[in-house]
Design a protein around this ligand. Structure first.
Ligand code: 13P
Length: 259
């Protein structure tokens, strides 16, 4: 059971890269190439400190803005945190939540990701919710168990309407920043499994309309075979999103598939 419409979303996760001037330069390069973007959706997720600068550069272009993390309270004594209304006010429409680097280094859990999803949705942000297994878990044959636990955990208590408003990103931890991409068929199989879990917990309609991105060493050379897979609805790109020509090439590939 694949997604009903084949629109593709390409998101760049800049991670902890780019000072203000560097970010503006990258965004300007991306804007120069943006006339290729027609049927696909392109989202830039720079660090908090440059969201405003990037927002100014991409204003009145087709690019959309996203953040890499968010807290679940709207305001208050939470030193170092950034709230959903703050992200909305700076121009964000999307926010990545539960990235494996946040789970690994900053103690995020399915429960905290669940709170962040609810808060993001409440403020009108579209959460890009990350799940994925480690190499050890894959080698132990536990991929489905891990994905099931994460999906059920992060979606806990969410309504049909809420799940319709979010995006899932499958990012096998072993494929992130390693140059090791999942085989398209293997990635597609996990995407299909995620869809099946959502089908069971919600409905065929919610499941068939769910956008599921693949992430993990996606670049201009491997994007085509991945994006052709029925259950892969786009990509969440780290390293290659910092190179304008690579990111634009992936978008161009997406455009040729949806055209
Ligand atoms: P890479 O594309 O650098 O492997 O990173 C993937 C990722 O973590 C995107 O969120």
């Amino acid at each position: 059971m694949a997604k009903l419409d084949r629109s593709l979303l390409i998101a760049g996760n800049w991670k902890m890269n780019k000072t203000v001037n560097e970010a503006k330069e990258l965004a300007e390069e991306l804007v120069k190439g943006s006339n290729i973007i027609r049927a696909s959706t392109a989202v830039l997720c720079p660090p908090f400190t440059v969201l405003g600068a990037v927002a100014s550069v991409i204003e009145s272009t087709v690019y959309r803005l996203g953040a890499q993390n968010v807290f679940w309270e709207d305001s208050g004594a939470f030193t170092g945190e950034v709230s959903p209304p703050m992200l909305r006010a700076v121009g964000c429409q999307y926010v990545i939540v539960g990235h494996s680097e946040r789970r690994q280094y900053f103690g995020e859990t399915d429960a905290s990701v669940n709170r962040k999803i609810k808060a993001a949705l409440h403020s009108g942000l579209t959460p890009i919710v990350c799940v994925g297994e480690t190499l050890q878990e894959r080698e132990d044959g536990k991929t489905h168990d891990v994905i099931k636990k994460q999906i059920n955990g992060v979606l806990e208590g969410l309504t049909d309407e809420a799940v319709r408003s979010l995006i899932v990103a499958y990012e096998p931890v072993w494929a992130i920043g390693t140059g090791m991409t999942a085989e398209p068929e293997d990635a597609d199989e996990v995407h299909a499994y995620i869809r099946e879990l959502v089908n069971i917990a919600y409905s065929p309609d919610v499941s068939q309309n769910l956008t599921i991105l693949y992430g993990g060493s996606v670049n201009e050379s491997n994007a085509e075979t991945l994006l052709y897979m029925n259950n892969i609805d786009g990509a969440l790109i780290g390293g290659a999103s910092l190179k304008p020509e690579s990111f634009l090439q992936v978008i161009s590939t997406a455009e040729s598939i949806v055209a």
